[in-house]
Ligand binder design. Structure first.
Ligand code: MTE
Ligand code: HPA
Ligand code: MOS
Length: 765
């Protein structure tokens, strides 16, 4: 099936938060935020802003009737700063006016006096000062300490990954309307309607049932709206409550970039031990996560880093240490991959060091250490239906990367200032929320008497194609035309206690809940049909193409007729379904368990050409083998693979967040922060679908596809490095990303660059 919203998106007819019809008397809010990284608030001067014509109110924490707290896992985040500020961009006050322009202008007239305190931006420095969130964690498999002396080769190193801005097209926004009594309705661009509901109720001192949250769709979330859509919705709710008027809050791009958290930068130290043949025996890694100012989702992100620290390799002796380090930056948050990319980057770096030391191509080390069936991950789960070997072999035969490797060598021998580089990036990604209780979902199905169907689930459409998937599942299960099915917007009054749409699990969780609901209705319908048709075994009855069959025999009953008859017989045509992923658990005291329902496997071959005079490069091709089970919609899955790849390539090689020494974000708009465009993307992307339906719990054999392809992008780092080594085999390169042209040049010509830098001390960065 094609994407259901393709036409309305293309015509600009799809509705987003601020496309909803404007209620009369709507107000507009703008947020005043901390201009410094850390300090005590001494005086906040609101008078000038209040006196601007058209300003209706200026609110601070003192106007909050409930609890000034929006922390989700750890209660450490104020909605509006009370006495202290912890990062530039932290909301302090809200200006409410008759127009957006007035609100934004008046917000600029607020002044604040702050006694500045020392600030930390580096995770290791924060760790040394004891600024950590929660307790550090350690996963252990085997015994690394006793193995080092048995290895032929032990190497140590450090790696460093940068943050990443989400750049969802639709910036953070919300609209709130006061209703009768204490009630408030919120339209939010959130991946987690229930989180918004819960926190808005808490902020206002109301019950959850007083708050209705509705989400039509998001102009992208990518994790940035899993937790961090909440403050803006809560601010809108607060304004609606205080002013008793509808209000809208929309962040401008630059404010969104300054105020909201990003992917967590990490610093990781590793030690790796191998035999001289390249079999990895022991691996130790210490991850220092730059969490930013508050906990947000950081502890869960760190946990997923640890779960993915050996990627798709089996290493018998492993010790993984991880710690969330509190710094004075906006609180970093979920971003596609949710910590796994940082964990995988470290093992890929360590493995690269082994390959380089042994003078072997990286892929030879990779293939020797691939995970196999029943092998144990450091967190206790064993690999089931492990398809990484099949993926690898399929990549080898279909794309002939041995041959590509030879071509690269040949090219590099015959070219001096241009070098080609090649890297394979295999991926093993665990499917489920790592927080076990979150793996639950509900669905509500109504069939109307005309045979049309209304479906609600707890899933949010954010561009990933959820509505298309849900429609396909419903049409297949009911045996009717997709045109009869409408997937409703997501609303907390229809579906309660939703988990966020995240962890690539939305279709799995909500699709299965939907099937449970549909099967209840189908069972009732078949009971009726069994009576009407005098069939004893209900199982023989099926509905296909809107017709009722007994075995393969067409009974002449049509869908419409069936629904009409059921209604006449007073059979309930609605159902609620609830699904909870079975057989998953994790014991944090032992750090062992079975956290994932299954794993998704795939691999990408990345080829680049490096201009060694300029440090610039072209990504020639990315060739992917991806195990997606039996896709619900191939076009949706392909788009997820391409989109994930684009973001992964951008993270590794392009997107460069820069802060100055005062902690101000310099790359705060799309002129200074570069994201992948058509030119940056590979000239050639090939994707081969491996249709291995084993192991998945996804509806109709489908597999989660949202996040895993992001990590294919990691390959570009090692492909560039491969080309750099071809040019300067004697240089020792670092594992610092993003590997932008500037960093490449600095490493290709360290002596020359040093001279130039010494001559021109003003040249920064
Ligand atoms: N694709 C689009 N177009 N927009 C998005 O915001 N988010 C990604 C991924 N693909 C996203 C996307 C992230 S971070 C996740 S976790 C999954 O989609 C969430 O959706 P799913 O659970 O349905 O895969
Ligand atoms: N992914 C996304 N969000 C989450 C997770 C996860 O694994 N765990 C808790 N929140
Ligand atoms: Mo995705 S980072 O789990 O929203």
């Amino acid at each position: 099936m094609d994407r259901i919203d393709a036409a309305s998106h293309t015509r600009g007819e799809s509705l987003f938060v601020d496309d909803m019809p404007q209620p009369a008397g709507m107000l507009y809010a703008s947020v005043f935020f901390s201009p410094v990284m850390h300090g005590n608030i001494q005086r906040l001067c609101l008078q000038d802003a209040r006196s601007v014509k058209g300003v209706v109110a200026v609110l601070t924490w003192e106007n909050i009737p409930g609890e000034n707290q929006i922390g989700s896992i750890i209660q450490d985040e104020e909605l509006l700063a009370q006495r202290k500020v912890h990062y530039i961009g932290q909301p302090v006050a809200v200006v409410v006016a008759e127009s957006t322009e007035i609100a934004r202008k008046a917000a600029k007239m607020i002044s604040i006096e702050i006694e500045e305190l020392p600030a930390v931006t580096d995770p290791k420095e924060a760790f040394e000062k004891g600024c950590i969130i929660d307790t550090p964690r350690t996963f252990v498999l085997g015994d690394v300490d006793s193995m080092w002396q048995k290895c032929d080769l032990v190497l140590e190193g450090t790696c460093d990954t940068g943050g990443q801005e989400h750049v969802y097209l639709e910036t953070q926004r919300a609209r709130a309307t006061p209703l009768e009594g204490n009630n408030i309705r919120i339209y939010s661009s959130t991946q987690s309607p229930s989180a918004v509901q819960h926190h808005a109720a808490k902020i206002l001192g109301l019950a959850s049932h007083n708050i209705e949250v509705e989400v039509k769709r998001l102009g992208g979330g990518f994790g940035g709206k899993e937790d961090q859509a909440t403050p803006w919705a809560c601010i809108a709710a607060l304004v609606a409550r205080v002013t008793q008027r509808p209000v809208e809050l929309v962040l401008q791009r630059a404010d969104d970039m300054k105020m909201t958290g990003k992917r967590h930068p990490y610093k990781s130290d590793f030690k790796i031990g191998a035999t001289k043949e390249g079999i990895i025996i022991a691996y130790e890694v210490k991850h220092y996560q730059n969490s930013g100012a508050t906990a947000d989702l950081s502890t869960a992100v760190l946990e997923r880093t640890m779960f993915h620290s050996t990627n798709c390799y089996y290493i018998p002796h492993v010790r993984i240490f991880g710690v969330c380090c509190r710094t004075n930056l906006p609180s970093n948050t979920a971003f596609r991959g949710f910590g796994a990319p940082q964990g995988m980057f470290a093992i890929e770096s360590a493995l690269t060091k082994v390959a380089e030391k042994l003078h072997l191509p990286r892929e030879e080390i990779q293939v020797k250490n691939l995970l196999a069936e029943r092998k144990e991950f450091p967190y206790g789960q064993r690999a089931e239906h492990c398809s990484i070997r099949t993926v690898w072999e399929s990549a080898e035969t279909n794309y002939q990367f041995q041959k590509i490797r030879k071509q690269v060598l040949h090219f590099n021998q015959s070219h001096f200032e241009t070098k080609k580089g090649l890297a394979v990036m295999p991926v093993c990604f665990g499917i489920s929320f790592t927080t076990t209780y979150m793996n639950q979902a509900s669905a509500l199905v109504h069939i109307y008497t005309d045979g049309s169907v209304s479906i609600s689930t707890g899933g949010v459409e954010m561009g990933q194609g959820l509505i298309t998937n849900i429609t396909t599942i419903a049409a297949t299960a009911l045996g009717i035309n997709p045109g009869r099915i409408k997937v409703e917007c997501t609303n907390t009054t229809r579906i309660a206690n939703m988990s966020p749409s995240a962890a690539s699990s939305t279709t799995l969780l909500n699709g299965n809940a939907l099937l449970i609901a549909i099967n209840q209705i189908l069972d009732r319908l078949k009971t009726l049909l069994a009576q009407e048709l005098s069939v004893f075994e209900k199982e023989k009855i099926s509905i296909m193409n809107e017709k009722v069959f007994v075995d393969a025999h067409d009974t002449g009953w049509a869908w419409n007729q069936l629904i009409h008859a059921a209604h006449q017989k007073r059979i309930c045509l609605s159902a609620h379904g609830f699904f909870a992923t079975p057989k998953i658990y994790f014991d944090k005291t032992k750090e062992k368990g079975r956290p994932f329902a299954y794993h998704v496997y795939g691999a990408a071959i990345v080829e680049i050409t490096l201009d060694c005079l300029r440090g610039s490069y072209d990504i020639d091709s990315v060739k992917i083998v991806h195990d997606l089970g039996r896709p619900l919609s191939k076009i949706v899955d392909r788009a997820q693979i391409e989109g994930g790849l684009a973001q992964g390539l951008g993270w590794m090689a392009l997107e460069d967040l820069r802060f100055n020494e005062k902690g101000q974000l310099l790359s705060r708009d799309l002129a200074t922060y570069k994201v992948p465009d058509a030119h940056f993307m590979p000239d050639n992307i090939e994707i081969e679908f491996l249709q291995n339906e084993k192991g998945t719990l996804g509806p109709y054999g489908s597999k989660a596809v949202g996040e895993p392809p992001f990590m294919y992008g990691i390959g570009v780092f090692f492909a560039i490095r491969d080309a750099m080594r071809a040019f300067r085999p004697e240089n020792d390169f670092n594992f610092t990303s993003p590997l932008i042209p500037e960093r490449i040049l600095l490493q290709l010509y360290p002596e020359y660059i040093k001279q130039t830098l010494d001559k021109n001390k003003n040249l920064s960065g």
